[in-house]
Design a protein around this ligand. Structure first.
Ligand SMILES: Nc1nc2c(c(=O)[nH]1)N[C@H]1C(S)=C(S)[C@@H](COP(=O)(O)OP(=O)(O)OC[C@H]3O[C@@H](n4cnc5c(=O)[nH]c(N)nc54)[C@H](O)[C@@H]3O)O[C@H]1N2
Ligand SMILES: Nc1nc2c(c(=O)[nH]1)N[C@H]1C(S)=C(S)[C@@H](COP(=O)(O)OP(=O)(O)OC[C@H]3O[C@@H](n4cnc5c(=O)[nH]c(N)nc54)[C@H](O)[C@@H]3O)O[C@H]1N2
Ligand code: SF4
Ligand SMILES: [Mo]
Length: 688
């Protein structure tokens, strides 16, 4: 039998059809507007039954009494009583805010994020922390501060597509298909990426940028476009604020492509050609990605990119960058229950904490400061849901110390990951196919497609919604979770939209909360304080930040350890996301592991020759924070002076953990983002 649902094995949230026989998932396939022979295959989805029925899944709650004892299986009643008792003790002794809830990306940022926030609001702690400072949320804030929402690139109908630090071939196949479709119909393709990828090979222009310097390139684009009058005058006049100030900043010689090209490792003529091609081909969209996130300059760099969309008149036109239409929803986070006197542990990042009504707190590193340094106060108890911070958080050594120091740790996960080894209790969650939920992709942008449960819970695992609701009951907070089913909870949240679970199930391929319309700004303005595109942001100025990106110049080499370049002369970058794995997930799935059995660090042939490294040699990569050991692959897909270190493998072996190398001390002052993507390092052959 075919069931329609949404795959959530990674954050791409692809609509899929699942074949289920006698309650068992047999196979699943991505839906696509392309004919089957043109579709991109997702190996993770192909391996979905192997993941769901993996022998390594945790299928019973696990408890251990005493950190270094063994786990033992327990009933849900015992496990939840144990959790409630310990959280209550910490609350009584230190106060509710000393309990935090850390969210990884896997349970989605939609309704499951709201449930965790609701529970903690009722419990009395503001500290539900997401990992948005290292994912796209910091970039989303830059969009919101410029034109009110995160735009969606309408690549399928674009005539020019700029892929800026994104690799959709591996990370979002639906978007990759849209790009390929447009390209076949003659769209121009510009790719900004330090690494050769599937798309750089198909690009009309490839800007092989120096890592971490995208903000400077965006300023050079703005310089070239404004200097040559290639912006949309009538849009700029009517709908933007502060264009004159941008002219003053961007036309400064310091952003002249001829001046910046050397710093960017680029040819100045190519920068100018790319800027002109983008500005003069309509409609054009920019797909920005994680290559810009996890960088010290993430906020202003992505704001500068947002200004490119704005001044070229590409906002909210078909084939341009769509101003998304958030679905009207009830905010169920119950933040009003929290006393305004309680500061969250992320209080150093007030703008990031408040830029959106439901995104909440995402300056992830603050959690480690709170546990280790009691800054601004101590966190003693932690719930980690659908995340693997021991591997995925910056500066792994510091994270491990923090996890070790906690008085009580609950992990809600499918597998006993590295983080779970620090836990007192592990609560077994179900996979995405075993639960119904409303994902953020649907909330922020019609079409709303429901993720539907298509098979029963495997073993004694429970969906995240049920674990959260039950935890509330055991904590004596059941009155805040009156819903008997997740459908009731979703219906309450959907109520202002006029949609419901029933209607969504009648239309499994999705329903629009409102018809999609373009150029909405002509009647509604933009969702910013001024109602205009804020090229100049008064909010940023008031808070002491550059109101126009890079008013005071672009910082010199904004990459970790740039002050130690003489000892650490190579630039390490994090990458790539392979389409067979999601971060630290699925390395135990044989069918996937066969596709990519071992990690390799990639090093340019010239560097390899000068250090004396050949493909297959064992090497050590070092930064002042730690080291990684793996084999080398000599490859010219990376530029000279750059080494690319594979991502996620620390789950299999801590010696492969990229975050052994990263630095969490320097952070973006607005979003708390460390430079987990780029850092200076050195590499040598391993001496055995
Ligand atoms: N298969 C798979 N899919 C995933 C995930 C996964 O782990 N596996 N993770 C999901 C999540 S949570 C996310 S956030 C997305 C991320 O999805 P993407 O944004 O596509 O992320 P990456 O593939 O890490 O990086 C994109 C590109 O940025 C380039 N890059 C690196 N440094 C720089 C730089 O300094 N400047 C520029 N311009 N480019 C740079 C890299 O070479 C890479 O080609 O993917 C989601 N989808
Ligand atoms: N240096 C460096 N650091 C990075 C990155 C990088 O590229 N380089 N990428 C960053 C980015 S963009 C992100 S998003 C983060 C990702 O960081 P995390 O979210 O911590 O990463 P995952 O490895 O995906 O961990 C997800 C965990 O959730 C479990 N899980 C899967 N599905 C479910 C579910 O439905 N419910 C529950 N309860 N558990 C589930 C999985 O088994 C896994 O253990 O890492 C960030 N850190
Ligand atoms: S890319 Fe693959 S794993 Fe990710 S949501 Fe889509 S089908 Fe699932
Ligand atoms: Mo992410």
């Amino acid at each position: 039998m075919i069931h329609y649902t949404v795959c959530r094995l990674c954050s791409a949230c692809c609509p899929i059809e699942a074949i289920v026989e006698k309650g068992k998932l047999i196979s699943a396939e991505r839906l696509s507007f392309l004919l089957p022979n043109k579709r991109l295959v997702c190996p993770k989805l192909k391996a979905a039954p192997d993941i769901v029925y993996s022998k390594d899944r945790i299928l019973k709650p696990l408890i251990r009494k005493g950190r270094h004892s063994e786990f033992r299986e327990s009933s849900w009643e015992e496990a939840l009583s144990f959790v409630a008792e310990h959280l209550q003790k910490i609350k009584d002794f230190y106060g509710a805010p000393s309990v935090a809830w850390l969210r990884g990306m896997a349970a989605d940022w939609g309704a499951p994020w709201d449930y965790a926030n609701r529970l903690m609001s009722a419990f009395g702690s503001p500290n539900v922390i997401g990992n948005g400072s290292v994912c796209h949320v910091a970039r989303e804030m830059a969009h919101v501060y410029t034109y009110g929402v995160l735009t969606a690139p309408m690549a399928k109908d674009a005539k020019c597509i700029v892929i800026w630090g994104k690799n959709d071939k591996n990370t979002a196949p639906g978007m990759a298909e849209a790009i390929l479709f447009a390209k076949e119909r003659g769209a121009k393709l510009i790719v900004v990426d330090p690494v050769r990828t599937f798309f750089t090979k198909r690009a009309d222009i490839w800007l092989q940028i120096r890592p971490g310097h995208d903000g400077l390139l965006a300023m050079a684009f703005l310089h070239e476009i404004i200097k040559n009058g290639l912006y949309d005058r009538s849009f700029v006049e009517k709908y933007t604020l502060g264009f004159d100030k941008l002219c003053q900043v961007a036309l400064n010689d310091r952003y002249d492509p001829d001046r910046v090209a050397e710093t960017l490792w680029l040819n100045p003529e190519l920068i100018k050609e790319a800027a002109r091609l983008y500005a003069s081909t309509k409609p054009a969209c920019i797909i920005d990605g994680n290559g810009l996130d996890m960088q010290l300059e993430v906020f202003q760099a992505t704001r500068a990119v947002a200004l490119l969309r704005s001044i070229t008149g590409n906002l909210d036109v078909p084939g341009g960058d769509f101003i998304t239409q958030p679905v009207p929803l009830k905010n169920i986070q119950l933040k009003e229950l929290l006393s305004p006197d309680i500061q969250p542990i992320t209080s150093s990042y007030p703008l990031f904490n408040s830029f959106h009504p439901t995104w909440g707190l995402h300056a992830q590193s603050s959690l480690i400061d709170a546990i280790l340094e009691e800054d601004p106060y101590a966190i003693r108890g932690l719930i980690v849901q659908s995340g693997n911070p021991a591997v995925t958080m910056t500066e792994a050594h510091r994270v491990s110390m923090a996890l070790e120091r906690l008085e009580f740790l609950v992990v809600i996960d499918l597998f006993k990951n590295r983080t779970a080894h620090f836990a007192d209790v592990i609560l077994p969650a179900t996979t995405c196919f075993e639960k119904t939920q409303l994902n953020r992709v649907s909330m922020r942008n019609s079409l709303v497609v429901l993720q539907n449960q298509v098979i029963p819970w495997v073993g004694d695992s429970r969906p995240d919604w049920k674990i959260t609701f039950d935890m509330a009951h055991y904590l004596g907070l059941g009155r805040y979770f009156p819903w008997k089913t997740v459908e009731e909870a979703i219906d309450e949240q959907l109520e202002p939209s006029g949609l419901s679970v029933e209607k969504l199930r009648e239309h499994p391929q999705g329903l629009y909360a409102s018809p999609l319309t373009y150029e909405k700004y002509r009647t509604n303005g933009f969702s910013t304080p001024s109602g205009k595109v804020e090229i100049f942001s008064e909010r940023l100025e008031l808070a002491g930040h550059d109101p126009v990106p890079y008013m005071r110049g672009f910082p010199e080499d904004p990459v970790s350890f740039s002050d130690l370049r003489d000892q650490y002369p190579l630039l390490g970058i994090s990458g790539e996301r392979r389409n067979c794995y999601t971060h630290t997930q699925f390395f135990q799935i044989e069918a996937l592991r066969k596709l990519e059995p071992e990690p390799f660090v990639e090093i340019h042939p010239e560097e390899a020759t000068s250090i004396g490294i050949n493909t297959g040699d064992r090497v050590v990569i070092r930064t002042p924070r730690g080291e990684v050991r793996m084999r080398a692959r000599v490859s010219d897909i990376v530029p000279r002076k750059v080494v690319r270190i594979p991502w996620g493998w620390g789950e299999l072996d801590p010696r492969w953990s990229l975050n052994n190398l990263t630095d969490d001390r320097k952070r973006n002052s607005i979003t708390g983002t460390p430079s987990s993507r780029s850092f200076y390092c050195r590499i040598e052959r391993e001496r055995i």
